[in-house]
Design a protein around this ligand. Structure first.
Ligand SMILES: NC(=O)c1ccc[n+]([C@@H]2O[C@H](COP(=O)([O-])OP(=O)(O)OC[C@H]3O[C@@H](n4cnc5c(N)ncnc54)[C@H](O)[C@@H]3O)[C@@H](O)[C@H]2O)c1
Length: 258
């Protein structure tokens, strides 16, 4: 299988930690030059330094994907230093969400739509013209187990990820003709900062409903994203690739703590 990414430049958002970080490292192992973005510039630079040790070109850029001016400036700098972006992974994400009827749902809807949908849109806008001009590009949007069936008690997150899935499907139809493939990777529950504070009850319910009996590791997701970024998946477009061990979505509405 041809997962060679040499001669390619990739931008991975939210890559200072977790899955994004592993994905950026895996891309580098497969030969890509990498732009490591994160809203936290320190972790972006830490990851970038580690990746440079792998022998590829890599820069860390602190930028908030929800700020279109910051994203444009980031892509300009990245292009000057590493060349045009061939691969974009919209991975930056937030886990904040709660039940619809509880406090503060307006804020969490705004936040989830802003980061997952608008943040991805900002990055897509900043790279799409170049990809179309060159007749080649790969975009991978990180959705979630939440797009399988929704997950109760977190409608704002569900909406953020379902809207990103809709964007993926729609852009795949339009951009496929231009040589730009747009796919999604949908992780199950993964061992990252985002899940470390899950209660024992939630953790047990997840594991009871996972045929493989474990959470994913970031590397499990990084492997799938690398496949979607590589020539091995050139005829795959508009697909949501689940990396969830066959997880059945949990009915967390039953775990209502109110
Ligand atoms: N952990 C899980 O179980 C899980 C499951 C399914 C999907 N996801 C999704 O996977 C992606 C990665 O999550 P993770 O689990 O690695 O979490 P993480 O918290 O370890 O990493 C997310 C990174 O995104 C960065 N980020 C947040 N907002 C940003 C912004 N506005 N601009 C730039 N960077 C920003 C954070 O600083 C952080 O470093 C997210 O989109 C998340 O929604 C996570």
């Amino acid at each position: 299988m041809d997962c060679d990414l040499s001669e390619r430049t990739a931008l991975v958002t939210g890559a200072g930690r977790g899955m994004g970080r592993e994905t950026a490292k895996r891309f580098a192992t497969n030969g890509a030059d990498v732009v490591v973005n994160d809203v936290d510039p320190d972790v972006a630079e830490e990851t970038a330094a580690e990746i440079r040790d792998l022998g590829v070109e890599c820069i860390g850029i602190g930028a908030d994907v929800t700020d279109s001016a910051e994203v444009e400036a980031m892509v300009e700098t990245a292009t000057e230093r590493l060349g045009p972006i061939d691969i974009l992974v919209n991975n930056a994400g937030v886990g904040d969400a709660g039940p619809f009827l509880d406090e503060g749902y307006d804020d969490t809807f705004e936040l989830n739509i802003d980061v997952h949908l608008n943040g991805s849109l900002n990055c897509i806008r900043a790279v799409v013209d170049g990809m179309v001009e060159r007749g080649y590009g790969k975009m991978i949007n990180v959705t979630s187990i939440h797009t399988k069936n929704g997950v109760g008690m977190s409608p704002a997150y569900d909406v953020g990820k379902f809207s990103l899935l809709g964007l993926t499907k729609s852009l795949a139809l339009e951009l496929g003709r231009e040589g730009v493939r747009v796919n999604a990777v949908a992780p199950g529950w993964v061992n990252t900062r985002m899940t470390e504070e899950f209660s024992d009850a939630v953790r047990k319910q997840i594991l009871d409903n996972n045929p493989l009996g474990r959470f994913a590791d970031p590397e499990d997701v990084a492997q799938a994203t690398t496949f979607l970024a590589s020539p091995a998946s050139d005829y795959i477009n508009g697909h949501e690739l689940r990396v969830d061990g066959g997880q059945v979505p949990i009915d967390s509405w039953r775990l209502d703590s109110r």
